[in-house]
Design a protein around this ligand. Structure first.
Ligand code: NAD
Length: 499
């Protein structure tokens, strides 16, 4: 039964199917059954998208300094169209990505649209031109007046994942457009609809042809590989797994591509023994929001040895309290649905087996639950007695699987938090603010919340240390990622003569 509109490619201002007419089924995470169709882009389609984006960037004034106000106006109009289509976008998020209705009001739509507004508001803060004053050059034997100007980087390939597709798509497309780039959006195969909507609404609001292209297909790698290797693409902005990010960096080297990578995480939440809301801090780490499929989720819970047994009891109670109150598509108040695909389901179930084989204790969950509707359901799961060198503590599971690790003291907590190849997010709780701040500064990660403080928002730069990525999305920095800096200098005498 088709529940969501067919996802069409958007190339050169035209919404269309693949050049060979090919389509593929979009599978609902709730039922495991087809829920819609999507165009299956061919190599010819991807090549055309690149050619059009290149031509549009090189031959039109889209990215010019004179066009800045117009760009802001169009991006704002497009935002309004996304607001008007809220219901449709919610439906797509539910049926493609397995978002719950409640979560549409959070990360899947509301937070994404807030981020869009933040970009619009930050636009005024971009320093397009910076005066670097005068300087005598011994080499030129003259004094020059110097400025630095920001210019759009050019053609951008935005390659995005399926977990919070609208949020990530907006993070890249809107920033690229505001900077003056031409953007080729390549959403994940599972979530083409949340990419296709950019083409549909861009056409509706009259975006200039060729500024935005959207391509996708069943093969997870084909279109992305082409975009990464093509010399007509100036920057690849990628959000996804660290393994693919690493591969993109290697492939991009051949054409000296600029790469901007938002990758995986295994973030630590450190709850100190004096945390004012110890029970609440521990219980709310259950990793049930969107079935734990968030890059910035705090999937390692670090608790002091002195209160480890107490933490176990708290968690036991929290999972029992949640009970079976998750995984119902029609529920308005549930935060956890299925995981996105059979592949993801099997991967997570494998990690649950690995955890048991490694000697960790299963405190809650651990089972696959196809009885919940035929889709890809896994129980909220918690491992205790976990050592940080176990695979379940080191590798990103990207599912509803929390691991709880004991620590001795503050230095040990910092050591464990940092003993990870990732560094994306994290948190620390303590009644002693200075102590918490000291730990927040010591953890090598892109964001830290103290006592539940929210360090992730559309007006703040977000990104990773270490293998969690390179570059920053959102905030002013998120727009600046899509610019190049050019310095221009001229002899002072010449400037004076001109005045
Ligand atoms: P993925 O790496 O499998 O795929 C991401 C995108 O890359 C998809 O569009 C996919 O089609 C494409 N792709 C796959 N192979 C490619 C190749 N060889 N060349 C070019 N493109 C290719 O990731 P996923 O499974 O879609 O998403 C989950 C991952 O994303 C997790 O690791 C998660 O942590 C990460 N993520 C990170 C952030 C962040 O901001 N740091 C946000 C969301 C998700």
């Amino acid at each position: 039964m088709t529940l969501i509109p067919e996802a069409k490619l958007f190339i050169d201002g035209e919404l269309r199917g693949a050049s060979d007419g090919g389509t593929y089924d979009v599978i609902s995470p709730w039922t495991g059954q087809p829920v819609g169709k999507a165009a299956n882009a061919t190599a010819q389609d991807v090549d055309q998208a690149i050619a059009v984006a290149r031509r549009t960037f090189d031959e039109t004034n889209w990215g010019s300094a004179e066009n800045r106000d117009k760009r802001l106006e169009l991006v704002t109009k497009l935002r309004d169209a996304f607001l008007e289509n809220r219901e449709l976008i919610h439906d797509i998020a539910v049926h493609e990505a397995g978002a719950t209705r409640l979560n549409c009001n959070l990360a899947h739509y509301a937070m994404a649209m807030d981020g869009w507004n933040d970009y619009i508001n930050k636009f005024a803060e971009i320093e397009w031109e910076k005066d670097h004053g005068e300087r005598y050059s011994a080499m030129a034997q003259s004094t020059s007046k110097r400025i630095a100007v920001r210019e759009p980087v050019g053609v951008v390939a935005a390659i995005t994942p399926w977990n919070v597709p609208l949020y990530v798509n907006i993070g890249k497309v809107v920033a690229g457009l505001l900077a003056g780039c031409c953007v080729i959006l390549k959403p994940a195969p599972n979530t083409p609809g949340e990419g296709a909507i950019f083409g549909e609404l861009a056409q509706k609001v009259g975006f200039p042809k060729g500024v935005i292209q959207v391509v996708f297909g069943e093969d997870p790698a084909m279109a992305g590989e082409m975009l990464v290797q093509d010399r007509r693409v100036d920057l690849v902005s990628f959000t996804g797994s660290t393994a693919v990010g690493r591969h993109i960096m290697e492939q991009g080297a051949k054409t000296m591509k600029r790469v901007f990578l938002e990758l995986g995480g295994k973030s630590a939440k450190i709850v100190l023994e004096d945390a004012p809301n110890f029970a609440m801090d521990v219980a709310t780490t259950m990793l049930i929001v969107h079935a734990g499929q968030g890059c910035a989720v705090q999937s390692r819970l670090l608790v002091p040895k002195s209160r480890y047994e107490e933490a176990k009891e708290i968690l036991k109670g929290a999972y029992a309290h949640l009970g079976d109150n998750w995984g119902q598509i029609d529920a308005q108040d549930q935060i956890m649905g299925p995981v996105v695909s059979k592949k993801q389901h099997d991967r997570i179930m494998n990690y649950i087996q690995v955890g048991q084989d490694e000697g960790a204790t299963l405190l809650a969950g651990g089972k696959s639950r196809p009885d919940k509707g035929g889709g890809f359901f896994i129980e909220p799961t918690c491992f205790v007695d976990v050592a940080n060198n176990m695979r379940i503590a080191q590798e990103e599971i990207f599912g509803p699987v929390l691991v709880v690790i004991p620590f001795e003291d503050d230095a040990d907590a910092i050591r464990i938090a940092n003993d990870s190849e990732y560094g994306l997010a994290g948190g620390v709780s303590s009644a002693d603010f200075e102590r918490a701040m000291k730990i927040a500064r010591a953890v090598r990660t892109g964001s830290m919340g103290i006592n539940g403080g929210m360090a992730i928002a559309g007006d703040l730069p977000f990104g990773g240390y270490k293998h969690s990525g390179i570059g920053r999305e959102w905030g002013l920095e998120g727009i600046e990622e899509y610019t190049e800096i050019k310095t221009i200098a001229w002899p002072v005498q010449q400037a004076e003569a001109a005045e």
